[in-house]
Ligand binder design. Structure first.
Ligand code: ADP
Ligand code: ZN
Length: 433
């Protein structure tokens, strides 16, 4: 059983006492072992023994991605490499990769956090769990593997890609739970329909999805097409990968944060001041049980809010809402702030198109131009140019009405946009930097 009742249902008082103790151990550890942190702590006037209460969290220095890339590969590693038993790395699409080192203890903690996640999604010993997250440097595959193995279900490590084979195995092995990115889930659903083996008709009943932004619209699309319940989970390489937060299948309305491992705060990304529960801002996370590379107040750039309410599942762990976007993928279109997720949610209201889209932003003279390529459903496309133009205009008007921006909509032919096997690329910004 991987339901850690002691920690997942702890009272707030006990939890905060535990967090403070672990946080101070981490501060001392960093002070002693990691010179760049010693300097940060000295500059902030923090003593190696730590802080007196969690209210003083705000006095601790932040850590940002540049601290990691600037100290690449091992500058923030707190243990000699001989104590490191695993190295992961983020994909590094935006420059140098980020290193994720783990001691044997860190791996154990990660497995514990992941087992809680898999269990909370309702996966049990008798389940067949098909793990279609990429196995390798990316933390998604190995993380889910460890957690699901701990539960004792039957793990099928397909990794991502080779979609038809995924579907055949799903059928032959009687897969009941699947893990992958939400965009890949949609790719699988679509392919399965094409080969006449809709996932709906198979035994899969639950999906463990995460690692990229997705909207409620996308969730209902996946649920309808696959005939499953979809849960959301969150993590990042800097904090050890997935397992930071997970949805319980009972509520599916926010992700419980493993708070005995990660202290979560929400700050205003401009003033850097903490925001109260319920308010949206940038998620900041402190890892208090890791040893190879614990981070203090890591600014994730992910925008969400926290709520602490009684959950039907019985967990007391705080919940983070669905990520609405990242501070660095918010597009400013002629002065209006636009998140790709807003556009994605609106597409669900247009029955003539699929949720397969690509946003390309260009500069035309002095104005920003947002081009939205979205895939038409086959009947619509085959109805001819007039119908296509009518739907494109309908989408433009709808987006304009709700978001106040004009969008140049192009309806693409069915199955022409690139399908995702991992993290989907939804935005290309071609404006000069
Ligand atoms: P990379 O930086 O190479 O993409 P990571 O896997 O570390 O590698 O990416 C972590 C980021 O992925 C998070 O900071 C967040 O922006 C995004 N992410 C992860 N899980 C979710 C989720 N459930 N919902 C939305 N975004 C997510
Ligand atoms: Zn819950």
């Amino acid at each position: 059983m991987a339901w850690n009742k002691e920690f997942e249902c702890m009272s707030l008082d006990d939890l905060q006492r535990f967090q403070l103790k672990k946080l101070n151990e981490t501060i001392s550890w960093l002070y002693e072992k990691v010179p760049p942190y010693r300097k940060k702590l000295d500059d902030a006037g923090i003593k190696p023994e730590g802080i007196k209460s969690l209210e003083k969290m705000q006095e601790l220095p932040f850590t940002v991605k540049a601290d990691l890339t600037g100290n690449y590969p091992f500058g923030l590693c707190a243990v000699p490499l001989k104590e490191v038993v695993r190295l992961h790395a983020s994909s590094g699409t935006t420059g140098k990769p980020v290193t994720g080192p783990y001691t044997a203890d860190d791996l154990e903690q990660w497995t514990e956090c992941m087992a809680r996640l898999v269990w909370a999604a309702g996966v049990r010993e008798e389940d067949i769990f098909q793990n279609a997250f990429g196995h390798g440097l990316f933390t998604g595959g190995m993380g889910h593997h460890q957690g699901a193995t701990r539960i004792g279900c039957t793990v099928v490590p397909t990794s991502s890609g080779m979609t038809e084979r995924q579907i055949l195995l799903m059928k032959d092995f009687g897969t009941t739970a699947i893990g992958c990115t939400p965009s890949y889930a949609l790719t699988i659903a679509e392919r399965a329909e094409e080969i006449g083996m809709p996932v709906k008709d198979l035994r899969v009943r639950v999906g463990l999805f995460g690692a990229e932004p997705w909207t409620l619209a996308m969730r209902s699309e996946i649920e309808e097409r696959m005939g499953i319940k979809a849960t959301n989970n969150y993590g990042l390489t800097e904090l050890g990968g997935p397992g930071v937060a997970f949805e319980c299948v009972e509520a599916r309305d926010g992700m419980h944060i493993n708070e005995d491992h990660f202290i979560a705060e929400i700050i205003d990304p401009i003033t850097l001041q903490p925001l109260p529960l319920g308010e949206k801002g940038e998620l900041v996370l402190t890892a208090v049980q890791r040893r190879a590379m614990p981070l203090l107040r890591f600014r994730t750039k992910d925008i969400t809010s926290l709520t602490r309410e009684k959950c039907p599942c019985g967990r007391t762990l705080v919940k983070m809402g669905r990520i609405v976007g990242r501070t660095d993928d918010m597009l400013i279109i002629n002065g209006v702030n636009v998140f790709p997720s807003q556009i994605e949610s609106l597409l669900k209201d247009i029955p003539e198109v699929e949720i397969q889209y690509l946003i390309v932003v260009r500069k035309k003279k002095h104005l920003d131009e947002l081009n939205l390529k979205v895939e038409a459903r086959r009947e619509v496309y085959e109805a001819g140019p007039e119908k296509i133009a009518e739907i494109a205009k309908k989408i433009d008007d709808y987006i304009k009405g709700i978001m106040g921006i004009r969008v140049l909509v192009e309806l693409a032919a069915p199955k022409t946009l690139k399908r995702s096997e991992g993290k989907a690329v939804r935005v290309i910004d071609e404006r000069p930097k």
